[in-house]
Structures are given as C-alpha cells and as structure tokens.
Design a protein around this ligand. Sequence first.
Ligand code: VOV
Length: 249
Amino acid sequence: MGEASQTLDGWFCLHDLRKIDWASWKKVPSEERQSMIHEFLNMLESWQTVEDNKTGSHALYTIVGQKADIIMMVLRPNMQELNDVETAFNKLKLADYTIPSYSYVSVVELGNYMPPKDGSDPLDSPEIRERIFPILPKWNHICFYPMDKKREGSDNWYSLPMKERRELMRAHGMTGRKYAGKIKQIITGSTGLDDWEWGVTLFAHEALQFKKLIYEMRFDEVSAKYGDFGQFFVGNILPPEKVEAFLHV
Ligand code: VOV
C-alpha cells in the first residue's frame, strides 16, 4: 500500500461564490444602493488591513458565465477566522442581494514530494512560508476548480508507491514551471474539509494561459490517468475602485 505524503499546511481558505440578484438590486433606491456599496467597500478595506499585516489575504473577482457573478477567495490562519469573514459578509446589507452559488473550504498545502535537499526545516525557509501563507496576486484573471485523484480499479493514485507518485509529481512540476511568470498556482488541500480533495486556484495576466497550461497538463500522466475535475470558474479582477461601476445599475 502507498505511503501518505506529508503535507505542510498554511492558511485556511474559503472560496465563496455568489450571484447578484440583479432584479431586486435594480429596485433599490439609488441612495440605499450607494450606502450598501460603501459598507461593502469598508469591509474590503478591513480585509486589506489584514493583508497588509500579513495575517491573511484575499482576492475578489467577477465570474464570467452563469455559474456565479463574483468570487471572494479569503485566506485566514484558522477556520474560526474564516467563518467570521463569511458571517460578516452575510451580515452586510449587500449580501441580501446575493445568492450563494458555490463555496469551497480548504487549506493551503505543500506536499513533500520535493523536500529541501539539505534536510532543513521547511518552515524556516522564507520561500516555503510565502507559499503556504501566500499574499494572493492581484493579476487580471482567476481560474478555480476542485479536483480529485482517482481511485478506480487499477487507476488508484492512493495505492501507488511514493517513489512513483514523486516521479509523476516531478513531471507535473516541470510542465508547470514552463508557465513561470504567466500563471501562479495556489493548491489547497480539502480531504475531510470539502467534497473534493484539492482546490486549484490559478491566477494569470492573460486568460488564454489557463487553457494552454491545463490542456498541456492533461497529457501529464498524473492528470491524464488520475485527475478527476469538478466545475471550473473563471473571471476578471474586481479591484475596490471598480466595485461601484460593477454594481451600478
Ligand atoms: C503554474 C503551474 C504549476 C506548477 C509549477 C505546479 C507545481 C507543483 C508541484 C511542484 C507540486 C508538488 C509539491 C507540492 O507543492 O505539493 C504540485 C502539487 C500539486 N499540483 Fe501543481 N503545479 C502547477 C499547476 C497545477 C494545476 C493546473 C493543477 C491542476 C491539475 C490539472 O491537470 O488541471 C495542479 C494540481 C496539483 C495538485 C492537486 C497537487 C497536490 C498533489 C498531491 O498528490 O499532493 N497543479 N504542483
């Protein structure tokens, strides 16, 4: 039987996707809408303070297509704080005009397939700390999807020996490295936390790079043979200064 890979786990992560109830929103008098937008912007400012203090991070994007209108991705040191952020959003007046469309709970994860060569404590490495406690990039586009590794007949990731999994992950990493500077990936583990085993969140300057990377990875054995994927969500950055225009009706 396979040996479990040890993981380094960082910040907890919530992907919260909402639709805007545009029909109801349009009926709200403009002054009230303004005040709700203002209240939401104040919340974003408080999230920014957390990020500036490096005690969490967040990303706000609009979603293209009918699955959702916005995605809020929030990172916090523990599940309680994550829940607090979610509850605080739900208490905003604006939340009454949103419809939950998908959510995902996970924790930023780094596997030990490529351990430090000198045997040092990975948590002493600033590079590793930056990966498990990441400040999310403010790049133009986001792509998020959950995934599993298969356990079907002979295609069972979990019964492969560590050596073989390491080799497959090495090849996966080599494909990913070709996209350095074009795509930033945040892998969050969710076994026991949500319906799938991992959340994959990608950030890119150009949306086409998602298609190129994910297509190329389909040919890596680890994805071709063992990858099972959930729904894909893709979208555009929504910086605070554009929130008002986005919600303008
Ligand atoms: C920019 C692209 C990029 C790069 C450089 C990259 C590199 C790496 C490395 C080096 C490692 C192993 C160590 C670790 O960090 O855990 C991983 C790990 C992982 N990856 Fe990855 N990945 C990328 C990108 C990338 C994508 C696009 C996907 C989705 C797969 C697809 O087909 O749609 C993915 C998935 C994963 C997963 C689920 C894991 C955990 C697997 C496990 O069994 O534990 N990943 N990944």
